[in-house]
Write a protein that binds this ligand. Structure first.
Ligand SMILES: Nc1ncnc2c1ncn2[C@@H]1O[C@H](COP(=O)(O)OP(=O)(O)OP(=O)(O)O)[C@@H](O)[C@H]1O
Ligand SMILES: [Mg+2]
Length: 232
Protein backbone atom coordinates (compact mmCIF):
# COMPACT_ATOMS: atom_id res chain seq x y z
CA UNK A 1 0.00 0.00 0.00
CA UNK A 2 1.26 3.46 -0.92
CA UNK A 3 1.31 6.56 1.21
CA UNK A 4 -2.15 7.39 2.57
CA UNK A 5 -2.91 11.02 1.73
CA UNK A 6 -6.55 11.26 2.81
CA UNK A 7 -7.83 9.26 5.76
CA UNK A 8 -11.36 9.87 6.99
CA UNK A 9 -12.98 7.89 9.76
CA UNK A 10 -16.72 8.17 10.36
CA UNK A 11 -17.06 11.68 8.97
CA UNK A 12 -20.42 13.17 9.93
CA UNK A 13 -21.77 16.55 8.88
CA UNK A 14 -25.07 17.92 10.12
CA UNK A 15 -26.45 21.27 9.05
CA UNK A 16 -28.82 22.96 11.47
CA UNK A 17 -31.65 24.92 9.92
CA UNK A 18 -33.65 26.36 12.79
CA UNK A 19 -35.14 23.34 14.55
CA UNK A 20 -34.48 21.10 11.55
CA UNK A 21 -31.27 19.08 11.15
CA UNK A 22 -29.99 18.02 7.73
CA UNK A 23 -27.83 14.90 7.93
CA UNK A 24 -25.59 15.67 4.95
CA UNK A 25 -22.94 13.04 5.78
CA UNK A 26 -23.76 10.05 7.94
CA UNK A 27 -20.36 8.53 8.60
CA UNK A 28 -17.93 8.30 5.70
CA UNK A 29 -14.73 6.33 6.17
CA UNK A 30 -12.25 6.08 3.37
CA UNK A 31 -8.62 6.22 2.41
CA UNK A 32 -7.07 7.74 -0.66
CA UNK A 33 -3.43 7.07 -1.44
CA UNK A 34 -1.07 9.62 -2.92
CA UNK A 35 -1.21 9.45 -6.70
CA UNK A 36 -4.79 8.26 -7.06
CA UNK A 37 -7.33 9.93 -9.35
CA UNK A 38 -10.72 9.63 -7.66
CA UNK A 39 -14.12 10.56 -9.10
CA UNK A 40 -16.98 11.26 -6.69
CA UNK A 41 -20.48 10.59 -8.02
CA UNK A 42 -24.00 10.40 -6.64
CA UNK A 43 -27.38 12.08 -6.94
CA UNK A 44 -27.97 15.72 -6.11
CA UNK A 45 -28.03 16.18 -2.34
CA UNK A 46 -26.10 12.97 -1.61
CA UNK A 47 -23.33 14.86 0.19
CA UNK A 48 -20.61 15.17 -2.45
CA UNK A 49 -19.92 18.88 -2.01
CA UNK A 50 -20.20 18.59 1.75
CA UNK A 51 -17.54 15.88 1.64
CA UNK A 52 -15.29 17.94 -0.66
CA UNK A 53 -15.62 20.98 1.60
CA UNK A 54 -14.45 18.88 4.53
CA UNK A 55 -11.53 17.48 2.50
CA UNK A 56 -10.54 21.03 1.55
CA UNK A 57 -10.87 22.22 5.15
CA UNK A 58 -13.46 24.77 4.11
CA UNK A 59 -15.74 23.35 6.75
CA UNK A 60 -15.45 21.23 9.88
CA UNK A 61 -17.09 17.86 10.44
CA UNK A 62 -19.76 17.50 13.12
CA UNK A 63 -18.11 14.24 14.12
CA UNK A 64 -15.39 11.95 12.86
CA UNK A 65 -11.75 12.31 12.05
CA UNK A 66 -9.85 13.60 9.04
CA UNK A 67 -6.12 13.10 8.69
CA UNK A 68 -4.49 14.69 5.68
CA UNK A 69 -1.03 13.43 4.79
CA UNK A 70 -0.59 12.17 8.32
CA UNK A 71 -0.98 15.56 9.90
CA UNK A 72 -2.78 18.78 10.60
CA UNK A 73 -5.09 19.82 7.79
CA UNK A 74 -4.93 23.58 8.20
CA UNK A 75 -2.10 24.08 5.73
CA UNK A 76 -4.32 23.48 2.73
CA UNK A 77 -5.22 26.35 0.44
CA UNK A 78 -8.66 27.89 0.86
CA UNK A 79 -8.56 30.11 -2.18
CA UNK A 80 -11.89 30.47 -3.91
CA UNK A 81 -11.97 29.71 -7.60
CA UNK A 82 -13.34 33.12 -8.60
CA UNK A 83 -11.00 35.19 -10.73
CA UNK A 84 -10.46 38.86 -10.06
CA UNK A 85 -12.33 40.61 -12.89
CA UNK A 86 -10.04 43.64 -13.12
CA UNK A 87 -6.80 41.68 -13.16
CA UNK A 88 -5.21 40.08 -16.22
CA UNK A 89 -4.87 36.31 -16.56
CA UNK A 90 -1.20 36.64 -15.59
CA UNK A 91 -1.98 38.73 -12.51
CA UNK A 92 -4.68 36.29 -11.47
CA UNK A 93 -2.28 33.36 -11.66
CA UNK A 94 0.46 35.27 -9.79
CA UNK A 95 -1.88 36.27 -6.98
CA UNK A 96 -1.17 33.45 -4.49
CA UNK A 97 2.56 34.16 -4.85
CA UNK A 98 2.03 37.80 -3.93
CA UNK A 99 0.15 37.19 -0.69
CA UNK A 100 1.94 33.97 0.27
CA UNK A 101 4.89 35.63 2.00
CA UNK A 102 8.32 35.90 0.40
CA UNK A 103 7.96 34.36 -3.06
CA UNK A 104 10.63 32.11 -4.54
CA UNK A 105 11.81 33.72 -7.75
CA UNK A 106 9.99 36.27 -9.87
CA UNK A 107 6.20 35.87 -9.40
CA UNK A 108 5.43 36.98 -12.94
CA UNK A 109 7.93 34.62 -14.48
CA UNK A 110 6.42 31.73 -12.52
CA UNK A 111 2.88 32.81 -13.38
CA UNK A 112 3.88 32.93 -17.04
CA UNK A 113 5.11 29.32 -16.79
CA UNK A 114 1.86 28.37 -15.06
CA UNK A 115 -0.25 29.90 -17.83
CA UNK A 116 1.86 28.19 -20.47
CA UNK A 117 1.34 24.85 -18.72
CA UNK A 118 -2.43 25.16 -19.21
CA UNK A 119 -2.00 26.30 -22.82
CA UNK A 120 -2.81 29.97 -22.27
CA UNK A 121 0.52 31.67 -22.90
CA UNK A 122 -0.94 33.97 -25.59
CA UNK A 123 -3.69 35.19 -23.23
CA UNK A 124 -1.68 36.62 -20.36
CA UNK A 125 -2.90 40.18 -20.74
CA UNK A 126 -6.57 39.22 -21.22
CA UNK A 127 -9.04 39.97 -18.47
CA UNK A 128 -11.51 37.24 -17.43
CA UNK A 129 -14.38 38.74 -19.48
CA UNK A 130 -12.17 38.44 -22.56
CA UNK A 131 -11.77 34.69 -22.05
CA UNK A 132 -14.13 31.79 -22.72
CA UNK A 133 -15.57 29.78 -19.82
CA UNK A 134 -13.05 27.00 -20.37
CA UNK A 135 -10.15 29.44 -20.55
CA UNK A 136 -11.28 31.12 -17.32
CA UNK A 137 -11.43 27.68 -15.73
CA UNK A 138 -7.86 26.99 -16.86
CA UNK A 139 -6.65 30.32 -15.43
CA UNK A 140 -8.23 29.31 -12.10
CA UNK A 141 -6.52 25.91 -12.33
CA UNK A 142 -3.15 27.53 -13.13
CA UNK A 143 -3.58 29.78 -10.11
CA UNK A 144 -4.50 26.84 -7.87
CA UNK A 145 -1.36 25.00 -9.01
CA UNK A 146 1.11 27.87 -8.68
CA UNK A 147 2.14 26.90 -5.15
CA UNK A 148 2.59 23.26 -6.21
CA UNK A 149 -0.02 21.49 -4.09
CA UNK A 150 0.04 17.70 -3.87
CA UNK A 151 -3.75 17.40 -3.89
CA UNK A 152 -6.34 18.81 -6.26
CA UNK A 153 -9.98 18.92 -5.13
CA UNK A 154 -12.36 19.87 -7.91
CA UNK A 155 -16.14 20.05 -7.44
CA UNK A 156 -17.70 19.70 -10.91
CA UNK A 157 -14.84 21.45 -12.74
CA UNK A 158 -16.47 20.62 -16.09
CA UNK A 159 -19.98 21.56 -14.96
CA UNK A 160 -21.03 24.10 -17.59
CA UNK A 161 -18.48 23.32 -20.25
CA UNK A 162 -18.86 21.84 -23.72
CA UNK A 163 -17.46 18.38 -24.43
CA UNK A 164 -14.13 19.40 -25.90
CA UNK A 165 -13.35 21.92 -23.17
CA UNK A 166 -14.31 19.34 -20.52
CA UNK A 167 -11.95 16.79 -22.01
CA UNK A 168 -9.19 19.42 -22.21
CA UNK A 169 -9.53 20.01 -18.48
CA UNK A 170 -9.53 16.27 -17.81
CA UNK A 171 -6.42 15.97 -19.94
CA UNK A 172 -4.75 18.55 -17.74
CA UNK A 173 -5.77 16.64 -14.60
CA UNK A 174 -4.54 13.34 -16.06
CA UNK A 175 -1.22 14.98 -16.93
CA UNK A 176 -0.84 16.35 -13.38
CA UNK A 177 -1.87 12.97 -11.99
CA UNK A 178 0.86 11.26 -14.05
CA UNK A 179 3.31 13.73 -12.48
CA UNK A 180 2.25 12.43 -9.07
CA UNK A 181 -0.54 14.75 -8.05
CA UNK A 182 -3.56 13.25 -6.29
CA UNK A 183 -6.88 14.29 -7.81
CA UNK A 184 -10.39 14.10 -6.33
CA UNK A 185 -13.10 15.32 -8.68
CA UNK A 186 -16.89 15.50 -8.36
CA UNK A 187 -18.94 14.81 -11.45
CA UNK A 188 -22.52 13.96 -12.38
CA UNK A 189 -21.47 12.32 -15.61
CA UNK A 190 -20.48 8.64 -15.72
CA UNK A 191 -18.29 9.15 -18.79
CA UNK A 192 -16.30 11.88 -17.00
CA UNK A 193 -15.77 9.49 -14.06
CA UNK A 194 -14.08 7.04 -16.46
CA UNK A 195 -11.07 9.35 -16.69
CA UNK A 196 -10.38 8.58 -13.02
CA UNK A 197 -8.85 5.42 -11.57
CA UNK A 198 -11.46 4.95 -8.88
CA UNK A 199 -15.10 5.94 -8.46
CA UNK A 200 -16.80 6.67 -5.14
CA UNK A 201 -20.60 6.77 -5.23
CA UNK A 202 -22.47 8.63 -2.52
CA UNK A 203 -26.11 8.07 -1.63
CA UNK A 204 -27.95 9.80 1.21
CA UNK A 205 -24.77 10.92 2.94
CA UNK A 206 -23.14 7.51 2.82
CA UNK A 207 -20.50 5.92 0.64
CA UNK A 208 -22.52 3.39 -1.38
CA UNK A 209 -19.87 2.05 -3.79
CA UNK A 210 -16.10 2.27 -4.04
CA UNK A 211 -14.97 0.80 -7.33
CA UNK A 212 -11.86 0.83 -9.50
CA UNK A 213 -12.19 2.01 -13.09
CA UNK A 214 -11.45 -1.05 -15.21
CA UNK A 215 -11.18 0.61 -18.61
CA UNK A 216 -9.80 4.07 -18.08
CA UNK A 217 -10.28 6.78 -20.66
CA UNK A 218 -7.28 8.67 -21.93
CA UNK A 219 -8.17 12.33 -22.43
CA UNK A 220 -5.40 12.94 -24.96
CA UNK A 221 -6.68 10.09 -27.12
CA UNK A 222 -10.27 11.30 -26.83
CA UNK A 223 -9.23 14.86 -27.75
CA UNK A 224 -7.71 13.57 -30.97
CA UNK A 225 -11.16 12.26 -31.99
CA UNK A 226 -13.03 15.50 -31.21
CA UNK A 227 -13.36 18.38 -33.65
CA UNK A 228 -11.30 21.40 -32.65
CA UNK A 229 -13.08 24.45 -31.27
CA UNK A 230 -11.96 28.01 -32.06
CA UNK A 231 -10.17 28.61 -28.84
CA UNK A 232 -6.42 28.42 -28.24
N1 LIG B 1 -24.97 25.12 3.99
C1 LIG B 1 -25.98 24.24 4.08
N2 LIG B 1 -26.97 24.43 4.97
C2 LIG B 1 -27.97 23.54 5.08
N3 LIG B 1 -28.07 22.41 4.36
C3 LIG B 1 -27.11 22.17 3.46
C4 LIG B 1 -26.01 23.07 3.27
N4 LIG B 1 -25.20 22.57 2.29
C5 LIG B 1 -25.77 21.42 1.90
N5 LIG B 1 -26.91 21.17 2.60
C6 LIG B 1 -27.77 19.98 2.47
O1 LIG B 1 -26.94 18.84 2.69
C7 LIG B 1 -27.28 17.80 1.78
C8 LIG B 1 -26.05 17.45 0.94
O2 LIG B 1 -25.75 18.56 0.12
P1 LIG B 1 -24.49 18.61 -0.85
O3 LIG B 1 -24.37 19.99 -1.35
O4 LIG B 1 -23.31 18.02 -0.16
O5 LIG B 1 -24.97 17.62 -2.02
P2 LIG B 1 -24.29 17.30 -3.43
O6 LIG B 1 -24.15 15.81 -3.51
O7 LIG B 1 -23.07 18.11 -3.63
O8 LIG B 1 -25.44 17.74 -4.45
P3 LIG B 1 -25.31 18.39 -5.93
O9 LIG B 1 -25.03 17.23 -6.85
O10 LIG B 1 -26.65 18.97 -6.17
O11 LIG B 1 -24.22 19.40 -5.94
C9 LIG B 1 -28.45 18.31 0.97
O12 LIG B 1 -29.63 17.86 1.59
C10 LIG B 1 -28.34 19.81 1.08
O13 LIG B 1 -29.58 20.43 0.97
MG1 LIG C 1 -22.53 19.61 -5.01
Amino acid sequence: MGRVLIDTVGLVKDYYLGTHTVHALRGVSLRVEAGEFVAVMGPSGSGKSTFMNLLGCLDRPTAGRYVLDGEDVSSLSRDALALLPRASALENVALPLLYGGAPRGDPHARARQGLAAVGLAPFETHHPNQLSGGQQQRVAIARALINEPSLILADEPTGNLDTRTSVEILSLFQQLNRQGMTVVLVTHEPDIAEYATRVLTFRDGRLLHDQPVTIRRDAQAVLATLPRGDES
